[in-house]
Design a protein around this ligand. Structure first.
Ligand SMILES: C[S@@+](CC[C@H](N)C(=O)[O-])C[C@H]1O[C@@H](n2cnc3c(N)ncnc32)[C@H](O)[C@@H]1O
Length: 412
């Protein structure tokens, strides 16, 4: 649900919220950095044994029920304190949306219902807001456009559109679709990380990016400043897709923070699974339960009480009987031959550990949104430092996409 009472973040509020989030995340980093899947015992469990025992006693179904919204769990303290602070610091308003002329139904062909609604919501935001009047023929640039569905929605019917995308198949099919609906559209094969994207930025009026991952969106934020772009609307995604070992903050405030975020940390905001199908969830659970069972086995086989990473495995692997799967995985990891086990008991142990892991993960789950907001605020503050007017808010309900933060910026 969108929160109609909360405010968009802009001006001094960007700074104030960043400072508060930074203090909260720094103070609790020993809590949210813990990895229940890898560590059999978490460090905070010693300080909070009642909370740990309570969480460990719950079922997998209990964990799943609380996953999307862990804030109201009746868990022992300090859970409620963390939850209350996290929720307060993550509260953010949603953008007003202009009612746009319906796009022709055929433009929706080949686009999933949820994607179409995200695009319509994103477009509605861009056309609302008296502070940023959009010329009817503004030249749009869709950054990491895929087939350019968002750009096409915005530019329809007559405005010029350029789409940058580095997958040739998407460029080709995007161009073919655009020819049916738009007068002026160009789909350009382009690695946005290269200098080739600079010229495209210079010739556009408004840059949009829906779910551009990691480096692709931080590079965009830097480039709109360098190339003197006039307006940007960005919904970031996959913060962990970066070549840097550690996140490099863009803003002055971000750079002065002691928070050092590695790729594992950057994946925390992505751990919400509200959009996975039931089949995907079942497969993911089986994969994790079996890996946890294998973890107990490999600790014994190697006589080393340490987690051993296992590679991602195709779905076909999980059609094997559990015993065969363990033997094949041990071979893949170069471990000694697996002796005969009570396979039923071992598999049951994996499922039991999964229930504990999922419940313990609810603690880190409280920090997902604060961390995401910290990251996007860093980018918002940078743009603000570069002379942009910036607003940050939600552009659609989290049920449509958990990556529903939108950063809107234009030259003052
Ligand atoms: C998550 S998809 C989003 C696509 C589209 N904006 C949407 O919302 O449907 C990210 C897109 O970025 C493209 N991409 C990845 N790396 C890129 C690069 N270096 N340059 C240009 N496009 C890139 C991918 O091929 C993919 O189409």
């Amino acid at each position: 649900m969108l929160n109609p009472h909360a405010l968009l973040l802009s001006g001094d509020a960007l700074r104030e919220r960043f400072i508060a989030l930074d203090a909260f995340l720094c103070a609790q980093q020993n809590v949210w950095r813990e990895k229940p899947f890898i560590q059999q015992q978490l460090n905070w469990e010693t300080d909070h044994p009642e909370l740990a025992a309570w969480l460990r006693g719950r079922s997998l179904a209990d964990a799943q029920d609380s996953h999307a919204n862990p804030y109201h769990l009746a868990a022992p303290q300090p859970f409620a304190d963390w939850a209350q602070q996290a929720q307060q610091l993550s509260t953010i308003g949603s953008f007003a949306q202009a009612a746009l002329v319906d796009r022709p139904l055929r433009m929706q062909n080949g686009i999933g219902g949820r994607k179409w609604q995200q695009i319509a919501a994103f477009a509605g935001v861009l056309h609302s807001g008296a502070q940023q009047p959009l010329a009817a023929n503004a030249a749009w640039l869709d950054w990491c456009a895929g087939k350019g569905h968002l750009g096409r929605y915005l530019a329809w019917p007559n405005a010029p559109l350029e789409c940058l995308e580095f997958n040739p198949a998407l460029v080709k099919s995007g161009q073919a679709i655009s020819q049916k609906h738009l007068a002026h559209a160009q789909h350009t094969l382009c690695d946005v990380m290269s200098t080739a994207s600079a010229e495209a930025l210079r010739r556009s009026d408004v840059v949009v990016a829906l779910h551009a991952c990691g480096d692709l969106h931080t590079h965009l934020v830097r480039q709109v400043s360098v190339q003197q772009s006039t307006a940007l609307a960005l919904a970031p995604c996959c913060y962990n897709r970066t070549h840097a070992e550690v996140y490099r903050p863009l803003s002055t405030l971000g750079q002065s923070s002691v928070l050092q975020l590695d790729k594992d940390d950057l994946s925390l905001p992505l751990l919400a699974t509200v959009t996975a199908s039931a089949r995907e969830c079942r497969l993911r659970d089986q994969s994790m339960a079996w890996r946890l069972a294998f973890d107990s086995l490999q600790r014994k086989l190697r006589a080393v009480d340490e987690y051993l990473p296992t590679p991602s495995l195709s779905a076909a692997w999980f059609n094997k009987p559990f015993a065969q799967w363990c033997a094949d995985l041990a071979k893949l990891k170069g471990l000694p031959r697996v002796p005969v086990q009570n396979w039923t008991a071992l598999e049951a142990q994996g499922w039991q550990r999964l229930a504990q892991v999922r419940n313990l993960e609810l603690v880190a789950g409280l920090f997902r949104r604060p961390l995401e907001l910290w990251l996007v605020l860093d980018q918002a503050l940078f743009l603000s430092e570069q002379g942009f007017v910036v607003q940050l808010g939600e552009f659609c309900a989290v049920e449509l996409t958990p990556r529903n933060l939108l950063l809107r910026a234009w030259r003052a």
